[in-house]
Write a protein that binds this ligand. Sequence first.
Ligand SMILES: CC(C)(COP(=O)(O)OP(=O)(O)OC[C@H]1O[C@@H](n2cnc3c(N)ncnc32)[C@H](O)[C@@H]1OP(=O)(O)O)[C@@H](O)C(=O)NCCC(=O)NCCS
Length: 156
Amino acid sequence: MPIALRRFHKDDLATYRAWFADQETARRISQPDMAWLRHVTLISNSGAWAATDAGRMLAVMQADWDSDMTAWICVVVAPSARHRGIGAEVLRALLNGFGNRFAVVEAGVEPSNVGGLKCASRCGFIPMSQEPDHEGFLHLTLARNLTIPAPGAEAS
Ligand SMILES: CC(C)(COP(=O)(O)OP(=O)(O)OC[C@H]1O[C@@H](n2cnc3c(N)ncnc32)[C@H](O)[C@@H]1OP(=O)(O)O)[C@@H](O)C(=O)NCCC(=O)NCCS
């Protein structure tokens, strides 16, 4: 059965939280709690998606966006499902679906997070700078549907 994407809902939280027993997950991502759940389910410019295979949750993705059509995106693959191409596959599916409405999609990944960097690069993200920000994250961008006005023309 192909991997399906659907919105994350409150019944997914216990399964998702269990992934944080894995050190790498806990090191990279803040532990999801009720405040996080409220953020991604109730705030209008934020959302989370579950990627499932035959009902089993394999990955969770979060996107937050602003009114300028820029979105920030993050993917977490179930520890038991890593290194099988799932991260790149589900990220690509979200970018080509819901993510397609955003002109610019960005991600923040620590330089030591080789898997995160490779997964993002596989989906077309490129680093905006070689230096991490003050919190230690490299900013990556996937720019799409940009209309660059001709010199002298008004941007609409
Ligand atoms: C990063 C993460 C999403 C990768 O998921 P995954 O399903 O294992 O990744 P994939 O199997 O799709 O691999 C994509 C590429 O990354 C590489 N990769 C994945 N994990 C890697 C690791 N730990 N070390 C080195 N390379 C790695 C794969 O070899 C593959 O490379 P390729 O394009 O050259 O073939 C997963 O490890 C994870 O959930 N980590 C914790 C959360 C996190 O750091 N998220 C990213 C920041 S938002």
